[in-house]
Design a binder for this molecule. Structure first.
Ligand code: SAH
Length: 497
């Protein structure tokens, strides 16, 4: 089983500092399935390649208690692809050998840890159920260029057809830690064989390795199910946790993982239901809806609506006569239209809903005239120096009677065990604020634009670090009576003209 990782970043040998493996010498580590060797076939300033070779001990695998040996003796235990094709076993070795690299730390090159470097990965033979298409589905959304070719079953007999292995090359500008974590999760997911190590702590491993990229992946649920070896109970725990930390909405689980009341028994199922925490995203939607109801809004605009996570909640409230979603991302709006099934929505619903492409940092007359605007988990996606432009467009130009803003409370991040210390909840977040920072911002905006503001907690309000989400409800102060222009007293400077 062979895997190579190359870079052309200069000096390329810096790769050794990020992988915590010295290019000058080969190292061997014993792992549960055999021996993992790391060596550098090339290492100079222009190009450096690290190779990971896993020498599987097939006899040990069968004998060892960790091996897939629960079945009775069969030839298949001795004659199989396991020792040769990159698979979940290589991921285990990779996880152990590059543990520090995966955490994204480097004493010698701290500045490179967060830099995207030009990388190439080559797996000459990788087990891949679903073939080239599946490899692309996994790696392309993560920013890799994918070159995959199916390996024929036997080169001399092409009629025999394809094997379940691909020769995979990935190129892209990536952080080394991300690249290694993509492989750590990708290898078992694509292999999709029965792996033998899945246990409850696999959820934590998956969430750690997937931090910052898995929650956003279009095939997140498939990846989670395959990684957890199709163990429905584990996937059901993992998906809401992914959603919580990365602020995405958990998709409805499909039938394969839906809880089966008959299997658990009625009482068991109810008890499990009661124990399951309400995902943070759902609590957030509830909090926004409650604020909208209490201000009596009828025409509501969801600014930065993304793929429309809040829309079903808004549509389910008959009091909202008009619902508009705005986002700068065309792709997100397409996804919203698809998820909401706009094309087959009954006309009465459809006529209440509009999706618009627009930027919140420019004044836009289409955003004016609404009773309430929602900015749910949006401000932290803007560079801080663009925030004043958003404040102007929303609070001064559009100026709805009510503005509801939610954003993460960074103090709460320490409660997410699988979130590495100091990292943000989402890779696109430009900042995450403490409660104090949010209060300062909301006070300043309210003061400048003539609003009153109330702060609320969403999610369980931890006595020490506060709630996971913070919410502000701005209410526009009654405007001063304007006196007809011709009789109004003018400031001296203007009147003098
Ligand atoms: N409100 C949604 C999406 C949050 S993600 C939810 O809670 O699920 C943040 C969204 O803000 C993204 O969809 C992004 O495209 C959008 N966004 C970021 N900057 C923007 C800008 N300047 N103008 C409009 N939308 C923006």
């Amino acid at each position: 089983m062979l895997l190579t990782l190359s870079t052309t970043h200069r000096p390329a040998t810096d790769l050794g500092f990020l992988l915590h493996k010295n290019p000058a010498r080969a190292q061997s580590t014993s792992v549960s399935t055999g021996v993992a060797h790391v060596f550098y076939p090339e290492a100079d300033d222009d190009r450096c390649t690290a190779a990971l070779l896993l020498e599987v001990d097939p006899i040990g695998l069968v004998r060892g208690s960790k091996g897939p040996s629960s079945e009775a003796f069969s030839l298949g235990q001795y004659v199989n692809d396991r020792p040769y094709a990159a698979s979940s076993m290589l991921a285990v070795a990779l996880g152990k050998v590059f543990a520090s690299a995966r955490r994204g730390v480097s004493k010698e090159r701290p500045e490179l840890v967060d830099s995207a470097l030009p990388l190439e990965i080559h797996l000459p033979a990788m087990a891949c159920r679903g073939g080239v298409e599946m490899a692309e589905r996994f790696f392309a959304p993560l920013g890799w260029q994918v070159h995959a070719a199916v390996i024929p079953l036997d080169e001399t007999f092409p009629d025999w057809g394809s094997s379940r292995y691909v020769d995979l090359r990935l190129t892209g500008d990536q952080r080394v830690a991300d690249a290694v974590n993509h492989l750590y999760v990708g290898l078992p997911v694509l292999d999709d064989a029965k792996h033998y190590w899945v246990s409850n702590d696999e959820i934590d491993k998956l969430l750690r390795a997937g931090a910052g990229w898995l929650a956003d992946h279009p095939d997140r649920d498939l990846i989670t199910r395959r990684y957890l070896a199709h163990k429905g109970s584990l996937s059901r725990q993992a998906i809401p946790r992914l959603a919580e930390v990365d602020d995405a909405e958990p998709d409805a689980l499909d039938d394969a993982t839906a809880p089966s009341a008959t299997a658990v028994g009625h009482d068991g199922a109810d008890a499990a239901e009661a124990d399951r925490p309400v995902p943070l995203a759902v609590q957030r939607h509830g909090a926004v809806l409650a604020a909208l109801r209490s201000c009596g809004a009828r025409r509501v605009i969801d600014l930065g609506c993304g793929s429309g996570a809040l829309m079903p909640t808004l549509l389910s409230e008959p009091a909202f006569s008009e619902i508009v979603g705005v986002d700068v991302s065309h792709r997100a709006l397409e996804e919203a239209a698809r998820r909401l099934r706009l094309d087959c929505m009954p006309e009465r619903q459809r006529s209440r809903l509009t999706l618009l492409q627009g930027a919140l940092t420019y004044t836009d007359s289409r955003m004016a005239g609404y009773d309430a605007a929602v900015l749910m988990e949006v401000i932290e996606h803007l560079d801080p120096d663009r925030l004043p432009a958003l404040e102007h467009a929303v609070f001064a130009a559009a100026a709805p009677a009510t503005v509801i803003v939610t954003t993460p409370n960074v103090e709460h991040n320490v409660r997410y065990e699988h979130l590495p210390a100091g990292s943000m909840r989402h890779r696109d977040h430009r900042f995450e604020w403490t409660r104090g920072q949010f209060a300062d911002w909301t006070d300043r905006v309210a003061e400048r634009h003539g609003y009153d503001v109330r702060l609320l907690a969403v999610g369980s309000d931890d006595t020490e670090v506060g709630p996971p989400t913070q919410m502000a409800v701005f209410t526009r102060r009654p405007q001063q009576q304007t006196v007809p222009a011709d009789t109004s007293p003018r400031p001296a400077a203007e009147g003098a003209a």
